[in-house]
Design a protein around this ligand. Structure first.
Ligand code: MG
Length: 448
């Protein structure tokens, strides 16, 4: 059986790995999986290969008997909302999220607007291998066009009252679909918005799409030079957000998550915060402030949603700036994340950098070691032995807890790489832990 799905969806370079033929066949496989009937919403980001793949998917889905709601250009969270609100059996998002412009991807969504769980992806792979069904010509599905953007903006605005401070916000959506939503929402809420990289361009000339500090230099400079209160950056499909403070310092994804969680969960009794093993201890500080609890899962959006469905929860988030607000959508939402953060800031009357300092500061170091995929499990076993005297968490890779920090050694799900994350209360100790992690990791890879 071919393995089509990676960490989240099918990804590849357009017309090399991800061809119109593959999109057509995935459309047919999804239609077969859905029993050859029902409505499916399709949206896409603004990559140059988007329309081509959209047309192939629509051909496959309609040939397989499904009705298609064509949403056109949309951020992923608006696709999730439309899938649920238009009572679709499934949704399809054509996006490669933070990957470079030559890539594209196809992600499936369930009727509740959450990404397909792994069992359903495996089922699609099985149908793909065994063969799909085309329906009789009388049952070929119809295609309707629907705007996902206006209802999404309206729904999000309904949840907030206009902010008081008139904060100045620089919004950098990287020439991608976040531009359709975030600048407008923030303006409607009373922010003074300065947009950069705001024209849609599928070659993404403005900056690399991943919202990480090294790609946000221009945003940081712009925030400072125009005297803004903060900056907001999304990835290519606007399901992730990072924040830049008024001095041009980038807040990491887990700090954004911590501030948003503290604000969003205020007043809730014993909130359950779902996050991954890779997220900062600052979430534990937030949970203790709120009288709540942190539950840590494997890394990845499907794992967060699975845990939410299993044990309930109040918010889910990752260290990469992706957050899920379950009473809003079961999908990471970058716009909602930005609005929550700005609402928190608006209520305080202080600067972004000052707000950031209201939570304990930790030092983090992230490193990596090359490791062939077939060796990863052996290396992991070896590492467990090496750290056997410590408190270990084996949820995903190996998380070693120390009195003043932690170390995560985890095989990447997408690359032939082993990652090493260290966090501690001081920069020196974080360096020490990272050095220890790298030393043992390299030895484990060599020792095999
Ligand atoms: Mg994304």
């Amino acid at each position: 059986m071919p393995k089509l799905f990676g960490t989240f969806g099918v990804r590849g370079i357009a017309n090399e790995e991800l061809t119109p033929k593959l999109a057509l066949e995935l459309g047919l496989a999804l239609a077969t999986h859905l029993g050859g009937s029902g409505k499916v919403a399709i949206g896409r980001d603004n990559r140059t290969s988007g329309v081509m793949l959209e047309q192939a998917l629509i051909a496959g889905l309609t040939a397989g008997g499904c009705e298609v709601l064509k949403l056109g250009l949309t951020p992923t969270p608006a696709l999730s909302l439309a899938t649920r609100n238009f009572s679709c059996k499934a949704g399809v998002m054509i996006t490669a999220s933070h990957n470079p412009p030559e890539y594209n991807g196809i992600k499936f969504w369930d009727s509740e607007g959450a990404g397909f769980q792994r069992e359903r992806e495996t089922e699609i792979e099985r149908i793909f291998a065994k063969g799909w069904k085309m329906v009789d010509w009388r049952e070929i599905g119809r295609v309707d066009e629907v705007d996902p953007i206006a209802p999404y903006i309206e729904a999000i605005l309904k949840r907030f009252t206009r902010f008081k401070r008139g904060l100045k916000v620089v919004v950098d959506c990287a020439n991608a679909v976040g531009n359709l939503v975030t600048p407008r929402v923030l303006t409607e809420l009373g922010c003074k918005v300065v947009s950069m990289n705001s024209q849609l361009d599928g070659t993404f000339p403005g900056r690399k799409l991943e919202p990480v500090p090294e790609n946000l230099g221009e945003l940081a400079k712009t925030v400072v030079s125009c005297g803004a209160d903060l900056g907001v950056a999304h990835d290519g499909d606007a399901d992730r957000t990072l924040i830049v403070d008024e001095r041009g310092e980038v807040l990491s994804g887990d700090r954004v998550f911590a501030h948003v969680a503290l604000h969003y969960l205020r007043g809730r009794a014993h909130p359950r915060i779902i996050t991954t093993v890779a997220t900062s201890s600052v979430l534990d500080d937030v949970a203790s402030k709120l009288g709540g609890k942190v539950v840590r899962t494997r890394v990845g959006e499907p794992d967060l949603v699975e845990e939410f469905r299993r044990g309930g929860g109040d918010i889910c988030g990752e260290e990469n700036g992706g957050m899920i607000f379950p009473d809003w959508l079961l999908c990471r939402d970058g716009t909602m994340t930005a609005v929550q953060f700005i609402e928190a800031l608006d209520e305080t009357g202080i600067k972004t950098s000052e707000l950031n300092l209201t939570l304990p500061v930790y030092s983090q170091i992230k490193r990596r070691v090359n490791c062939p995929n077939e060796l990863k499990q052996k290396v992991l076993k070896n590492l467990v032995k090496r750290f056997s005297k410590h408190e270990l968490d084996r949820t995903d890779g190996l998380r070693v807890t120390f009195e003043d920090g932690w170390l995560l050694l985890r095989p990447s799900g997408t690359e032939p790489v082993f990652r090493c994350f260290a966090e501690a209360t001081t920069a020196e100790r974080a360096k020490e832990l990272a050095a220890l992690g790298m030393k043992e990791l390299k030895a484990a890879v060599r020792g095999r």
